[in-house]
Write a protein that binds this ligand. Structure first.
Ligand code: AMP
Length: 303
């Protein structure tokens, strides 16, 4: 097992200008692992309730995602998130967050996964992120994500995560919120000073910025006329990003740039349909075709 992902496996109820779905498979770890499964061996550390459907378990397993560390709590319900998007699909409005099983989640990393070389701490209570970090031997690369909910409710724990990770993947608005800086590059400098050597700032339909102390790389997002459902875009970005890096087994600057593009490829497919309907039905050719389309988007020759 190459990539361990801790995060939520959830049921989402989502409304976008293109329609509405209730109680469909989602969650930060589920989207991330699904995207990563095209590149590497991945396992999920998460918790679900007894309502978690066999068909959803089978879907994840059919992508060779290892669910042996997915806990099921009898008599309790899975994490549920309800969100809505207006015309501006960059901005998810959370209507409701039912933590349910997440309230008492005590992540246990099985012995066999403790030497995982790559770790992604997807969006979840930073307390759970810290508990997973404590159980790993010495991963080569650790990346983490977070969101406004945890910045507002668990800031202290979140600030204890930052010195222990290499890459922070975060939305533009949340980078501003966490750092307290209005200017994005000042926000980036401030967050880099808290620990991570690299930031990946997600800017919705404007793509991502990969920032270190001495470099900036900009990846566009794919020009799509119909974004059906942006839910999981950030997590499928992270899955493509971490999955690609773990398949290359190095963190050279060119690998990291290509990983940012691969993340963007997976996010662009994910938003084409609700839940992970599109993300779960990709072929190698689809992925390569879109990677090449990304290359053409920004290729320009020498002066
Ligand atoms: P994103 O990639 O940012 O669109 O993430 C969407 C996913 O995050 C949804 O499938 C939700 O189930 C999940 N989610 C929403 N709120 C939270 C939260 N507070 N903690 C962890 N996961 C969440």
């Amino acid at each position: 097992m190459e990539l361990l992902v801790v995060g939520t496996v959830a049921y989402d109820s989502v409304k976008t200008p293109f329609g509405e779905r209730k109680g469909v498979l989602g969650g930060s770890a589920a989207f991330c692992a699904m995207a990563a499964s095209y590149f590497t061996d991945v396992a999920i550390v998460a918790v679900v309730g007894e309502d978690f459907a066999d068909e959803d378990r089978r879907l994840l397993e059919s992508h060779q995602i290892d669910l042996s560390a997915l806990q099921t709590v009898n008599g309790a319900k899975s994490f549920h998130w309800q969100g809505e998007y207006g015309e501006d699909m960059n901005d998810a409005r959370t209507i409701r967050t039912d933590l349910n099983v997440l309230m008492d989640f005590d992540p246990v990393v099985p012995e066999a996964f403790r030497s995982a070389p790559y770790l992604f701490l997807a969006n979840i209570d930073p307390k759970a992120q810290l508990k997973v970090l404590d159980q790993l031997d010495s991963p080569r690369l650790v990346a983490a994500d977070t969101m406004n909910f945890w910045i507002e409710n668990s800031r202290e724990d979140l600030m204890r995560v930052l010195p222990r990770i290499d890459v922070l993947v975060i939305n533009e608005a949340e980078a501003r919120q966490l750092s307290g800086e209005g200017n994005l590059f000042s926000a980036a400098r401030s967050l880099l000073s808290c620990g991570p050597a690299m930031l990946v700032i997600k800017r919705g339909e404007y793509g991502v910025l990969k920032i270190t102390a001495d470099s900036i790389f900009a990846a566009p997002s794919f020009p799509l006329e119909k974004v059906f459902d942006p839910t999981g875009a950030g997590d499928s970005f992270a899955g493509g990003f971490m999955g690609y890096i773990s398949s290359k087994r190095n963190q050279a600057p060119e690998t990291m740039r290509r990983a940012a593009i691969m993340g963007s490829v997976m996010a662009s497919y994910n938003v084409e349909d609700f839940s992970m309907n599109r993300l779960a039905s990709l072929s190698r050719e689809d992925i390569e075709a879109r990677y090449n389309a990304f290359r053409r988007l920004t290729e320009f020759g020498d002066l």
